[in-house]
Ligand binder design. Sequence first.
Ligand SMILES: NC(=O)c1ccc[n+]([C@@H]2O[C@H](COP(=O)([O-])OP(=O)(O)OC[C@H]3O[C@@H](n4cnc5c(N)ncnc54)[C@H](OP(=O)(O)O)[C@@H]3O)[C@@H](O)[C@H]2O)c1
Length: 284
Amino acid sequence: MTETRKIAIITGTSSGIGLLTAVEMAGAGYHVIATMRDPAKKDRLMAAAEKAGISQNIEVRALDVTRFEELPSIVEGIARDHGRIDVLVNNAGYALAGFAEDILLEELKAQLDTNFFGQVAVTKAVLPVMRRQGSGHIIMVSSISGLVSFPITSSYSSSKFALEAWSESLRIELHSLGIRVVLIEPGAFDTDIWETNVRLGKRAMSPESSYFERARRYTERVKQERGRRADPRRVAQLIVRVAGMANPNLRYRIGSDAAFLYWMRRLVPWRRYERMIAKGTQID
Ligand SMILES: NC(=O)c1ccc[n+]([C@@H]2O[C@H](COP(=O)([O-])OP(=O)(O)OC[C@H]3O[C@@H](n4cnc5c(N)ncnc54)[C@H](OP(=O)(O)O)[C@@H]3O)[C@@H](O)[C@H]2O)c1
């Protein structure tokens, strides 16, 4: 079956930026395949879609980005049912927090499995369809942490730095095939990633850890920022704009904190910069 509506696949739509992007894209006329690893969590998305009057444009399907072997058949099923895939939004992700020494190797690997290898695997599953069409947009939800690395979130930053590097190469490889690769680099936006969905390393918050007191101070600081973070709808709206551009840029940073950190990292001499970050994060 070939559809006239544009088809968009979004990963991680049970909450936050993924959920809001699904609603915004459906509102812009896309038929959205809103994927989530547990479709039993679809109520929040569907309530938002009903409220916006666009639930008929959203179809929920199960997809866990770390179940690599299942991804090709899930994507083939979507292409078979809809005839095309115009946009892929690689959004699924989580943040692992903890001082680097406290993070177990398997925790770091799991972080990369979701935030990096998961995005790679979904992209690889979608590429044969986009190559056949000679068109498509692949939008990676990266982070300012993909350009600037902070204490406590070395694992998260590593996953996003890897995504940035892979996407830069991919973009150049695919341009002449009509496929556009874009990185979205948000600063801090108010979603579940900061508290409900944050994963703390097993050792990271243990009183046995030599970093315990510093980690506790950091966690308190994160809590104090609750309610002060930006509205994630702005990120969703940016993604919809980028999906509609024939020739988008490689990178779109979003959020005043992202712009500030990006320029600070580049303009302030390193020794001064590292003191500012240690002070700002209150980890010393
Ligand atoms: N909010 C920010 O400040 C911010 C800033 C920069 C970048 N980002 C990026 O934005 C993206 C979305 O995060 P968010 O802020 O919207 O956080 P969120 O509300 O926690 O949403 C994360 C989503 O990813 C899903 N997910 C996690 N592991 C998955 C897996 N293995 N397979 C499929 N889905 C999975 C979660 O599903 P479950 O419900 O099943 O866990 C959830 O739907 C992430 O890539 C994050 O790194 C966020």
